[in-house]
Design a protein around this ligand. Structure first.
Ligand code: GLP
Length: 248
């Protein structure tokens, strides 16, 4: 696990965008795994800027988002579909039909999960997966639990997640379940970037990097991944020791 610590969110965004640029130069039809939340937003802004400047192109990529709330209309203000089209897809040259998100309203959730796993497999697997992290160490919506999850599944959200994410639901009606790629699906990505900023993430980052590898901190599995880089600001890295900080 590589760890890089930056002064500003903009520096993190530039470092992340450099990874995309490097990959897309080699593989213009790469398969990209995207994430929602505040953490990736500066990176998305930087990808948009570079795309507008003609430095990178997404015209041949396929994307798969990590997760989606259950029970929200697809065009709801708070759906992850809305988030992704608003903050990235509508502003880059991706073909909309190549931007895949889970359907949180599928009548048969199990069939929807299998359909998604199959599509990722048929696309050749994810080349580069972007992740944020929950304050409880979740990635995607893989909440702390007794065992690591494998493929896409429907999850009941943890109390801590509902507390953290309810700020976005102004009417107070935050869904309590979601459909998410499993830890196995995330781990299968050939390269992973995890972005964390702010002191609220410091404890989750400490457990991810220095704690036991345990489903009680789902992101800790990344210690075993062959090509994961953590892009952190100083606040998120505050509880790491000297040895971890020098892992560049
Ligand atoms: C949600 C998403 C996660 C994301 C997390 C953190 O729970 N399912 O993928 O990492 O929020 O969000 P933020 O970056 O806003 O702290």
């Amino acid at each position: 696990m590589q760890i890089r610590i930056f002064e500003t969110k903009e520096e993190i965004a530039a470092a992340a965008a450099d990874v995309y640029a490097g990959l897309l130069a080699k593989k213009p039809d790469a398969v990209l795994g995207f994430a929602t939340g505040a953490s990736p937003l500066p990176t998305y802004a930087e990808l948009i800027r570079r795309c507008e400047a003609g430095a990178i192109s997404f015209k041949d990529v396929k994307t798969f988002n990590l997760d989606e709330y259950c029970g929200l209309p697809a065009d709801d203000e708070n759906s992850y579909r809305t988030f992704m089209f608003r903050n990235l897809f509508s502003q880059i040259d991706i073909r909309p039909e190549n931007a895949h998100l889970l359907d949180g309203n599928a009548p048969d959730e199990e069939a929807e999960a299998r359909r998604y796993d199959r599509m990722i497999e048929e696309a050749g697997g994810v080349d580069l997966q972007l992740l944020g992290i929950g304050t409880n160490g979740h990635i995607g919506f893989n909440e702390p639990g007794e065992s690591f999850t494998k493929s896409t599944f429907v999850v009941q959200l943890a109390e801590s997640t509902i507390r953290s994410n309810s700020i976005y639901f102004k009417d107070g009606n935050m869904p309590t379940s979601a459909v998410t790629m499993g830890i196995g699906s995330i781990f299968a990505a050939r390269k992973i970037i995890l972005i964390a900023t702010g002191e609220k993430k410091a404890e989750a980052i400490r457990k991810t990097v220095c704690g036991d590898i345990t489903p009680r901190c789902p992101a800790s599995i990344l210690q075993l991944h062959p090509d994961t880089v953590l892009l952190l600001d100083k606040a998120a890295a505050a509880l790491l020791g000297e040895e971890e900080r020098s892992r560049v």
